[in-house]
Design a protein around this ligand. Structure first.
Ligand code: NDP
Ligand code: 8X3
Length: 250
């Protein structure tokens, strides 16, 4: 029987690349996001290409009621083997004194609360399979960088949640893996700089960043190891990036 992977934020970037990677390897997938038309597009493409089953759930991870209502539509017998908590964003890159409070709230509500809601809502399904939770952290959750304030705080929280889940869910044999990438070229910077393409492109100029496929390949590797092996934590950067703030640009 095919395994099933549940991926949040699969309309773009890393989540979409994960959907393709797992579909290509015969997993059925459940994909989520706010942009319904993009979810449907991914569903049609992947079902046609890989002959697997794709379920779409359209909700905003910040909205607790929406999260639980959407996940409760899944039949209880639906075994979910892997949850990839990927939906997330940065908003702004401003000094603490200039940063926007609403941006902080959106990052916390999405990156932290959203991840908690989805994980809690899916827990019974994951207990059934002795499943695997993969959380997308960041190098920003390992080291603070200048003007990273709210985003770094949200990803430090993801780091703490991953460690905490690993302890508390041990009794269910659930694996927990934290993936902490450096710069990955996706829509991330376009979102962070609120549609400013010059600023977004500048984020990836002068070096070769990671791609969404690099991260999907890494996640797939972690999820296909023997049952007794759990990769707890990975920090992954492109070769020209040394840590959260130092990138060698040409
Ligand atoms: P993208 O902007 O390309 O994709 C983000 C995805 O998250 C989209 O599918 C979006 O879907 C979804 N999303 C955002 N907010 C919400 C929300 N409120 N409710 C539901 N879904 C939401 O970014 P990336 O692929 O780069 O980012 C994915 C994850 O990786 C994030 O957690 C990010 O912090 C992390 N990361 C990214 C790095 C990078 O350099 N790119 C590096 C380190 C970590 P939709 O808009 O349809 O809702
Ligand atoms: C995204 C990477 O360096 O922009 O998490 O914070 S960074």
């Amino acid at each position: 029987m095919n395994k099933t992977v549940f991926i949040t934020g699969a309309t773009a970037g890393i989540g979409k690349a994960c959907a393709e990677k797992f579909a290509k390897n015969n997993y059925n997938i459940i994909i989520t996001g706010r942009r319904k038309e993009l979810l449907e597009k991914v569903k049609i493409e992947l079902e046609e290409k890989y002959k697997i089953e794709v379920t779409t759930l359209c909700f905003d991870v910040q909205k607790k009621d929406e999260v639980f209502a959407a996940i409760n539509t899944l039949p209880m017998g639906k075994n979910i083997d892997i949850l990839i908590n990927n939906a997330g964003l940065a908003l702004g890159r401003d000094a603490f004194d200039e940063a926007n409070i609403e941006d902080w709230e959106t990052m916390m509500n999405t990156n932290v609360n959203g991840l908690l809601y989805v994980s809690k809502a899916l827990l019974e399904h994951l207990k059934n399979t002795n499943g695997h939770i993969v959380n997308l952290g960041s190098v920003a959750g390992k080291e603070v960088y200048e003007n990273g304030n709210g985003y770094c705080a949200s990803k430090f929280a993801v780091d703490a949640i991953s460690k905490s889940m690993r302890i508390d869910l041990l009794k269910y044999n659930i694996k927990v893996t934290a993936i902490n990438p450096g710069a990955v070229e996706t829509d991330f910077s376009l979102v962070r700089f609120k549609g400013n393409t010059d600023k977004a492109n500048a984020a990836y100029n002068g070096f070769k960043p990671l791609t969404a496929n690099d991260i999907a390949d890494t996640i797939f590797y972690c999820c296909t190891l023997p049952a007794h092996v759990c990769i707890n934590d990975i920090v992954i950067t492109c070769t020209q990036q040394a840590n959260a703030s130092i990138i060698l640009k040409k």
